[in-house]
Write a protein that binds this ligand. Structure first.
Ligand SMILES: [Zn+2]
Ligand SMILES: [Zn+2]
Ligand SMILES: [Zn+2]
Length: 148
């Protein structure tokens, strides 16, 4: 998302956009790949911006709760990618290189209906990710063994 959208979301929620938060946003927006809090810390340090890890963690938590970043958990590693859009969407993550693509469509109405039918719940929200191999990594994957 561009800076205007980022700023307007803060304004909308009446949250203060501190300088460290803006710097973290800028670093995420420059990065072509998802970054871990430690990587963000190192990159900021290289630009002579010393922002404590705790405050990086807090800002990323906030960004995530506002739907501004996508959090990718892979085993013990946690990385963040800035979202392009603010509206509801999903992501597909490459299992090999960690690349993330946003999916700007979502049609789970049949699925929601099934959930309601089987539980009686009214579905108001959902979250899930897709995983696979990107175009570059797909040829490198060994075919799945049939016996597996
Ligand atoms: Zn996203
Ligand atoms: Zn890949
Ligand atoms: Zn959805």
């Amino acid at each position: 998302m561009n800076k205007e959208l980022f700023k307007s979301l803060f304004k909308e929620k009446k949250l203060r956009l501190s300088h460290p938060r803006l710097l973290i946003y800028q670093e995420l927006s420059r990065a072509e790949i998802p970054l871990s809090p430690q990587e963000l810390y190192q990159r900021l340090l290289k630009r002579q911006r010393k922002i404590g890890l705790t405050s990086i963690y807090r800002s990323l938590d906030l960004f995530e709760s506002l739907g501004m970043v996508f959090k990718i958990i892979n085993g013990s590693s946690v990385k963040y990618k800035l979202c392009e859009v603010k509206d509801h969407h999903h992501h597909i993550v490459c299992k090999a290189c960690g690349d993330v693509v946003e999916l700007n469509f979502c049609d789970i109405s049949d699925w929601s209906k099934k959930v309601t039918e089987s539980t009686g719940y009214q579905v108001i929200d959902h979250q899930f990710n897709f995983y696979g191999f990107c175009k570059a990594c797909k040829p490198l994957q060994k075919p799945q063994s049939a016996e597996h």
